[in-house]
Design a binder for this molecule. Structure first.
Ligand code: LMR
Length: 330
């Protein structure tokens, strides 16, 4: 009931905004990473293009590094229309839906190209609408990379992780992954990870090269294992009421700009990931552990029970589309 009243209020508010749109529409875009990451760059590029193409009609304010909201609170902030755009990691949606948790399954996607094929498929695109009942609309996918695992000691075999405490994103699947390795986990907002590593409170974490490089995690994590075991990326989201309340021509232009930014960003991603990885190597603080096929297979075997546990909860249509995406590059 309370939610319905709140939603009606947001709709009325959005309609009022539309009716008196002599004032530019103001979009607040909140995210948690540095500006020197694929997501940070893309958010800034979105602002630049909007303010060029919709000058005088729309303004954009980007809040990076969790300066406005952390990932969990941002979902509520969006429902309240305190922010109009956000791009949380897909793992962070696990607090409100189970429909996206398959992304965290280890070794589900063969590589980033397979993720791209899946997200561009009809099934992947349909999932942008999967949060409609929460008043949230998905607008685009932004990719960040495959996850690697860093730690205060070398992890070459899966058994090397036994007994360590890992910081994880809020995901039951990731929690189970470390349980299978005999490790323990703590869910921490991204903005607190650096501090937790610096104080030695957690001994390891998993992330994309962009996040490791831009947060200097390698300063406290001298070993990084290139497991590439799961995908880390984002859904760009807005409040349905806000979006539907926009004048149609402005909404169309914003969608076109978002599509342009998404294409630009995803087009250079592979190259950028290589640069972040090389940046970590050049800083000389961490050793990158590259796995042989046989060693990577040992991780795959050790984590197979995670897939067994969660696969039955995944929509078979989604699983079939992922299988097709994996096969598509061969
Ligand atoms: C994390 O919490 O590690 C990431 O999801 C942060 C991000 O937005 O890339």
């Amino acid at each position: 009931m309370k939610t319905r009243i709140m939603l009606s209020f947001v709709i009325l508010w959005s309609l009022a905004l539309t009716a008196t749109s002599a004032e530019p529409i103001h979009i607040r875009f909140s995210h948690v990473v540095s500006e020197q990451t694929p997501k940070g760059n893309a958010a800034n590029r979105f602002k630049q293009l909007v303010e060029q193409k919709l000058a005088g009609k729309v303004t954009v304010e980007v809040f990076p590094r969790a300066t406005l909201y952390d990932d969990d609170p941002v979902l509520l902030a969006l429902a309240r229309n305190d922010v109009q755009l956000a791009a949380p990691s897909l793992s962070k949606f696990s607090t409100i839906t189970k429909s996206l948790e398959f992304y965290d399954l280890p070794f589900l996607f063969d590589d980033l190209a397979a993720v791209e094929r899946f997200q561009n498929s009809a099934t992947g695109q349909r999932q942008l609408d999967s949060l409609g009942d929460k008043g949230i609309k998905g607008l685009a996918y932004w990719r960040n990379g495959m996850r690697v695992i860093s730690a205060d000691r070398p992890l070459r075999a899966p058994t090397d992780a036994r007994g360590l405490l890992f910081r994880i994103e809020p995901s039951e699947v990731i929690e189970e992954q470390y349980r299978q390795l005999g490790a323990t986990t703590i869910r921490l907002p991204f903005a607190h990870v650096r501090d937790a590593l610096g104080r030695g409170l957690v001994k390891g974490q998993e992330n994309s090269w962009a996040n490791i490089y831009s947060q200097n995690f390698d300063r406290w994590q001298p070993y990084i294992t290139e497991t590439n075991h799961s995908f880390q990326g984002y859904m760009v989201i807005t409040g349905s009421a806000f979006w539907n309340g926009l004048p149609a021509d402005i909404r169309r232009e914003l969608e076109a700009i978002l599509a342009q930014v998404t294409d630009e960003m995803n087009g250079v991603l592979a190259e950028r990931i290589g640069e972040y990885r090389q940046g970590v190597i050049d800083r000389g603080k961490a050793q990158v552990i590259t796995l042989t096929d046989q060693e990577r297979n040992a991780w795959r075997q050790a984590l197979a029970p995670v897939g067994e546990k969660f696969k039955s909860q995944i929509d078979p249509v989604v699983l079939a589309a992922i299988r097709e995406a994996n096969a598509g590059g061969k």
